[in-house]
Write a protein that binds this ligand. Structure first.
Ligand SMILES: Nc1ncnc2c1ncn2[C@@H]1O[C@H](COP(=O)(O)OP(=O)(O)OP(=O)(O)O)[C@@H](O)[C@H]1O
Ligand SMILES: [Mg+2]
Length: 674
């Protein structure tokens, strides 16, 4: 692609008279002022115009920029908002009488961030926002925790929500969006891969090989063809070109194996989404390695962005949602990207005029990239502390007292700063969204959706075996052990699958790379000590099912560690001849696990892994409701335990306190039960 105005050539840096220096510094295509060292050089040069070193340094800087502006494939190179653009406003926090957070996402301006610590209600709020938004927009949700599948069961949303696991996807990476010329898309794909994986130096090689792929295979081009072209690329003798080739090869091989859905599709799932009257897709990305997660997010954004830009139709509004997006938003992602702008940050400021917005939920605001922060109009705070409290209250212009109210938000309360709607931050509360959908219905919708995707038939399957053909007997033994002996910690799992430590480690990392297992670290209670437990992912279970093993049901609706604790408690309860109930009710209060002793006595177990405040409230409720002889809370770790203890202090009578025991998850799991 050409720079936006191809007729306008930036001035040559032939002389360094004061006027030229000023002029060059303001040239929008060069964006010299974005670089602090250029600013410094320019100001020194204005003071010492005759200094030959400064002159040369300045000229070099300009030439480098001229070169990158000319070779940039980004049509908007010149239009990035300046560094240092920031949010402002006169703010007062007011308590609104309404019980419902008074907002509609389309009235909120585009990019939106939901910020708050673990368990503060971000996901619940995102679900509420999307339930309001969905009838008017298309939504793509990237979900790392499998919590937003709930959206598919919200009655008002109708049936147009599909939940897909990333392993089910068929992403047509090499197919341009409808109506977009192949050569436009080629440069998009090359810059996407180059920037997501820091392959800047291999960019030319990637471009050359990809053009050859299109010449040979046209609309049937696949990632595998691309890899074959890179393999066949004759690197010069020089050490460098060889290096570029190796780097490109390594990334493509890894992509092929770790993101199997990228390989063979011909129709893009986004096209299918846009052929529906409304709705959204939730893409569950649990266990997708981080660098590929960023790549996938960028891919969606770039696809949408390119499509919008060239089709000149900006309706309906599109929202890309990243729940638990902290890793994708970090400043480091921008720093690593060549040019200092990650595709996500770029889309957040380029997409706004195109009806394309990004909604991120994140734990941490202060570590978020500056560019992303400056391009987030609306902020919803579910709670903030420490550095976050400081940077958020600066961004929202809060007084210290107002800032304090961010610290003490209850669950279901949030402070909203939406300068496009209100000049001030407001505080309000929001309800939980009701939802009901079962796995069968979810699967049926996913199948119906994916059946519209045309898959490219691979002619040569032998050259590159699919990951599952790569499972060695050792890997299978380990996968089986992890699936059916979930309570064994990693070291015992090695033993169970007859692997020594070295073999075990390489088997584990191979399975992890294929997305079949995810290790979870649990602090063992001893200072600094920890153990690992291994979760078998959805795809891992599919592999086992294909080999004739049937899946063991999950005791509770919680995540992996939650279920692990429940299993351990079931085991221990049965040993004491108790009847064990999961997710049971005692005097109208729910508990995770309930032991019923032969004499009828009840012992309640609560598994608290995400939020000390919530657990403390829950314990209060349980002890006060009565009906149980004792209550045990299993906490994530010692720190968590101490927090709960501090929150409970003084709130209970001696008798109630005696009923109560707090234990760490590590202590519970720290004994082999088999
Ligand atoms: N409005 C509300 N009313 C009552 N309970 C709520 C409300 N919002 C959230 N909760 C409860 O708070 C808990 C945590 O909520 P949620 O999972 O949304 O938090 P989160 O910030 O996304 O956490 P994480 O950082 O772990 O993803 C859930 O059990 C949820 O039911
Ligand atoms: Mg969440």
């Amino acid at each position: 692609m050409m720079p936006r105005n191809p007729h306008r050539q930036p001035q040559q840096a032939s002389s360094t008279r004061a006027l030229d220096v000023l002029d060059l510094m303001q040239d929008p295509q060069l964006r010299l002022a974005d670089r602090p060292w250029m600013l410094r050089t320019a100001s020194h040069l204005l003071l010492n115009p005759g200094d030959p070193y400064l002159q040369e340094s300045f000229r070099n800087g300009v030439e480098e920029r001229l070169y990158s502006a000319a070779s940039s494939s980004d049509a908007f190179y010149a239009n990035y908002p300046p560094l240092g653009a920031h949010l402002s406003g006169d703010l007062v926090v007011v308590k609104l009488p309404s019980h419902v957070l008074p907002m509609r996402i389309d009235a909120l301006g585009r990019n939106l961030a939901v910020v708050g610590p673990t368990g503060s209600g971000k996901t619940s709020l995102v679900i509420l926002l999307l339930a309001q938004l969905a009838p008017r927009a298309r939504v793509i949700v990237i979900d790392r925790k499998r919590e937003l599948r709930k959206l598919a069961g919200v009655p008002q949303l109708g049936a147009f929500w599909t939940v897909l696991h990333w392993l089910q996807l068929s992403l047509a990476l090499l197919q341009p969006p409808p109506g977009i010329a192949v050569d436009v898309w080629v440069s998009e794909v090359v810059s996407l891969v180059a920037r997501s994986y820091s392959l800047y130096a291999s960019q030319r090689l990637l471009l050359e090989t990809l053009l050859r792929v299109y010449r040979k295979h046209g609309g049937n081009a696949t990632l595998k063809h691309w890899l074959a072209e890179v393999n066949a690329f004759e690197a010069g003798r020089g050490f460098r070109e060889q290096g570029y080739k190796e780097a490109a090869r390594a990334v493509l091989v890894d992509l092929l194996h770790s993101v199997p859905g990228l390989k063979f599709a011909q129709t893009n799932l986004l096209e299918i989404l846009f052929s529906q009257p409304n709705g959204g897709v939730v893409i569950e990305c649990d266990s997708l390695p981080v660098q590929h997660y960023s790549f996938m997010v960028s891919y969606f954004l770039r696809w949408l962005y390119t499509w919008r830009l060239h089709s000149r139709s900006y309706e309906p509004q599109i929202v890309l949602v990243l729940d638990d997006a902290t890793i994708a938003l970090e400043e480091a992602r921008d720093r690593e990207a060549p040019g200092g702008v990650s595709p996500l940050a770029e889309s957040m400021f380029m997409g706004r005029g195109l009806g394309l917005g990004v909604l991120c939920a994140t734990h941490s605001w202060s570590t978020t990239s500056t560019r992303i922060r400056h391009n987030t109009e609306t902020m919803i705070i579910c709670g903030a502390q420490g550095d976050d409290l400081r940077s958020l209250s600066t961004a929202m212009g809060l007084t210290p007292e107002q800032a304090n109210s961010l610290r003490v938000l209850q669950r279901g309360e949030a402070v909203v700063y939406a300068p496009s709607t209100w000049p001030a931050a407001v505080k309000g509360s929001y309800p939980l969204v009701a939802s009901q959908i079962d796995d069968v219905e979810l699967q049926a919708r996913a199948r119906a959706f994916m059946s519209k995707v045309v898959i490219i038939e691979e002619t040569d399957k032998s050259s590159d075996p699919k990951p599952q053909d790569n499972l060695t007997p050792q890997m299978l033994r380990f996968l089986h052990a992890a699936a059916f002996h979930a309570l064994l910690s990693l070291t015992s799992l090695y033993r169970e699958s007859s692997l020594d430590r070295t073999q075990g480690k390489s088997v584990l990392s191979a399975l992890h790379a294929l997305g079949l297992v995810v290790p979870h670290r649990v602090s063992s209670g001893k200072r600094g000590g920890h153990m690992y437990f291994i979760e078998v992912t959805e795809q891992g279970w599919l592999e086992l099912e294909q080999r004739g093993f049937s899946r063991s049901p999950k005791p509770t609706k919680g995540g992996f560690l939650h279920n692990l604790a429940a299993l351990a408690l079931e085991h221990d309860g049965k040993k004491q001849n108790c009847k064990v109930h999961f997710e049971a009710q005692v005097n109208a209060v729910f508990v995770d696990v309930l032991w019923q002793f032969p004499d009828g006595r009840l012992e309640a177990y609560q598994i608290g892994l995400s939020n000390p405040r919530y657990e403390a409230e829950k314990l209060h409720e349980l002890v006060q409701a009565g009906g149980v002889a004792s209550v045990v809370l299993i906490t994530k770790d010692k720190v968590f335990l101490k927090k709960v203890n501090a929150l409970l202090k003084g709130g209970l009578s001696d008798e109630q306190e005696q009923k109560l025991t707090l234990r760490c998850l590590g202590d519970l799991l720290n004994c082999d039960r088999e």
